[in-house]
Design a protein around this ligand. Structure first.
Ligand SMILES: *[C@@H]1O[C@H](CO)[C@@H](O)[C@H](O)[C@H]1NC(C)=O
Ligand SMILES: *[C@@H]1O[C@H](CO)[C@@H](O)[C@H](O)[C@H]1NC(C)=O
Ligand SMILES: *[C@@H]1O[C@H](CO)[C@@H](O)[C@H](O)[C@H]1NC(C)=O
Ligand SMILES: *[C@@H]1O[C@H](CO)[C@@H](O)[C@H](O)[C@H]1NC(C)=O
Ligand SMILES: *[C@@H]1O[C@H](CO)[C@@H](O)[C@H](O)[C@H]1NC(C)=O
Length: 592
């Protein structure tokens, strides 16, 4: 008794275990398929659907249930011919009707986002077109309006020379349209349009922060089609345009108690329910559904609202500038009065900047520190070291020894080193170099001029022995040296401003306004200092010229290996016609 009971029990247990394992395996297989589908998008869809229809087996031509239905497949052309009407589904009917893949006026089923190819060979008198009109045969000629989605008078052919017609049902194609002949009514039949995968229906998609929401979009003319799919269960899904939920334009998709999906737009200017204001944006083609508890919603909106004054009118999407997108999910939403219950339970930590035209996204914060370092280094270079070096060369010459020369070279070389590092930082951060932006162009000019200088300095022609005759080459060289150096500085400073402008485009102009003002102040103060120094120098030369002592420092410099000061005197005489006279007067006796 007892052993047989045990055997029975064990057998049962094994059976249960077996069925559990089978279930798990099946679930696993289904999951993997779904995963493959998700990863490979459209291509896998075909594979999956092939597998499924393979289970049903090849369709029997005699099977009336299936004969008048055709589900289109990607990359497989539907052959459109004409033939006698035997059991046309929509009598009264003409003698000749359209056949697709040898089936008489079947019901076509197509997926949005998946192109349908027709090989039209129904004769020259039966061009194919896809229309919103159930009767066809050119509704316009019957004083009925119709929308034509594809085809027309040219979409006609015969079996020897078929014409290919490709039609792409998009997300705005209605659920039911018709294929018909353009010349005769009631030759074709219905096309059922179903939603394809979002990745088929939209050209671009990116994952938002935390990878919990996928954002899809297609730009079409002056409007944009947008879809958002939650990757986890929730009662509502919201995506917002802005850096944070506060001060953002939010689009919320939710399913109400009756199971109806809604999409609505809001302007949020605070943290509580009272600060969520419904807006009257012109959203069209809105849909919201729940896929296994995860919300998917779609809408189409104009890029720029055609109104003014109200807050939603400022909600402009400019494809050329990055769009900052955030998200939130919660358990419950309702239109009208919102309450604490509408609080989100999960939300993105940071906005993702979406480049709508490029179809790319980048997380915002990652970019900042490195670019800030780049900016700071460039400021140190163009705002401090390079002007410092130039000023040293210009205003420190009256000091004894080669102080000015040392200061000049040290400042310029360190400026170049910092500049080089700064460029490396930017290039590394942006993963490459592009000349597209003004900032990059001007920065490159500054960089180029700056790095001409050491080469230039190395090649400088030496002065004639006693400095009496400045060689022609030397004069040219001096001009070149001054010109390149100052160009590098000017372009460097312009690059600072364009860089700030660039930063403003990326992160909003709020943050960069202060920096720009600061930079302007800095440039102005440096200019004032230069003016003052210039004034002092002129004054010194005048005084020097008057009492005849200033010759000393010229002489002192003259003993240097390179007699750089002579070039300075020559340079100043050329540069400032005002101060020319006293300078030359004092130089001559000394050299003699
Ligand atoms: C399924 O996918 C594989 C690999 O992507 C491909 O080689 C194969 O042709 C596909 N099957 C069908 C029926 O298209
Ligand atoms: C339909 O007929 C009207 C004239 O009745 C013509 O102007 C129009 O081009 C036709 N439509 C097409 C798609 O051929
Ligand atoms: C179409 O409508 C116009 C006026 O709107 C009328 O003159 C014409 O006779 C109508 N044609 C048919 C075929 O009904
Ligand atoms: C989006 O896809 C459609 C159809 O494939 C294409 O016509 C359109 O040019 C694409 N738009 C962009 C911006 O890539
Ligand atoms: C929506 O469109 C209507 C008319 O087409 C316009 O009056 C209204 O201002 C638009 N609203 C927005 C937010 O663009």
């Amino acid at each position: 008794m007892a052993p047989s009971m045990t055997v029975l029990f064990v057998t049962k247990l094994v059976l249960i275990l077996q069925s559990m394992i089978r279930e798990k395996l099946l679930a696993f297989a289904a999951n993997s398929l779904a995963f493959v589908h998700y990863k490979l998008h459209g291509f896998a869809t075909l594979n999956v659907s092939t597998v499924i229809s393979g289970c049903i087996g090849p369709l029997d031509a005699e099977d009336k249930e299936d004969q008048d239905r055709i589900t289109t497949e990607r990359n497989t052309a539907l052959v459109v011919t004409a033939g006698p009407s035997l059991h046309y589904p929509n009598p009264p009917n003409p003698d000749k009707v359209l056949y697709i893949n040898k089936k008489e006026a079947p019901l076509l089923k197509v997926e949005r986002g998946v192109p349908v190819t027709f090989s039209v060979e129904a004769g020259h008198d039966a061009p194919l077109y896809i229309t919103s009109d159930p009767v066809g045969g050119n509704a316009t000629s019957r004083n009925v309006s119709e929308i034509i989605y594809a085809g027309g008078p040219k979409a006609e052919g015969v079996p020897a020379t078929p014409t290919e017609l490709i039609w792409l049902p998009d997300r705005n194609t209605p659920d039911l349209v018709y294929y018909q002949s353009l010349y005769d009514p009631k030759m074709g039949w219905k096309i059922q349009v179903v939603d394809g995968g979002l990745s088929d229906m939209y050209n671009n998609s990116v994952l938002l922060d935390d990878q919990q929401v996928t954002f899809f979009w297609t730009l079409s003319g002056d409007s944009i089609n947008i879809a958002a799919r939650g990757e986890r269960k929730s009662g509502y899904l919201a995506v917002g345009f802005g850096s944070a939920m506060v001060n953002s334009y939010a689009y919320v998709g939710w399913i109400d108690g009756d199971g109806t999906g809604h999409v609505n737009s809001y302007w949020i200017d605070g943290k509580d329910g009272m600060s969520v204001h419904e807006t009257r944006e012109n959203l069209t083609h809105t849909r919201c559904r729940s896929e296994n508890g995860a919300i998917v919603f779609e809408f189409t909106r104009p890029l720029a609202p055609s109104c003014s004054g109200r807050v939603e009118c400022k909600n402009i999407v400019d494809p050329k500038t990055p769009l900052k997108v955030i998200w939130a999910m919660g358990s419950q939403w309702q239109s009208g009065r919102l309450s604490v219950k509408n609080m989100h339970s999960v939300t993105s930590n940071r906005p993702v900047r979406i480049l709508l035209l490029a179809g790319l996204a980048e997380a915002e914060q990652d970019l900042r520190p490195v670019l800030a370092v780049h900016g700071f280094m460039m400021f140190v270079t163009s705002g401090l070291l390079l002007p410092g070096g130039i000023m040293a060369a210009r205003y420190l010459k009256h000091l004894k020894g080669d102080v000015w020369f040392q200061a000049h070279t040290y400042l310029q070389y360190s400026g170049m080193a910092v500049m080089f590092l700064g460029v490396l930082f930017a290039v590394a951060e942006l993963r490459g170099f592009s000349f597209k932006s003004t900032h990059a162009k001007i920065g490159t000019l500054a960089f180029g001029f700056a790095f001409l200088q050491p080469i230039n300095a190395y090649l400088r022609p030496h002065l004639a022995e006693n400095g009496e005759i400045l060689s022609r080459n030397r004069v040219i060289w001096e001009y070149l040296h001054i010109f390149t150096g100052r160009s590098a500085l000017v372009f460097g400073v312009i690059a600072l401003f364009t860089g700030l402008q660039h930063l403003g485009h990326r992160y909003g102009s709020k943050n960069t306004k202060g920096l720009t003002c600061g930079l302007i102040l800095w440039v102005v103060s440096v200019a004032l200092v230069v003016l003052y120094l210039e004034y002092m120098a002129v004054k010194r030369r005048r005084d020097g010229g008057a009492d005849g002592h200033s010759g000393k420092w010229v002489l002192g410099n003259n003993e240097e290996e390179d007699s750089v000061d002579l070039l300075q005197s020559e340079r100043s005489s050329k540069m400032e016609s005002n101060s020319t006279e006293p300078m030359e007067v004092q130089l001559e006796p000394l050299k003699g």
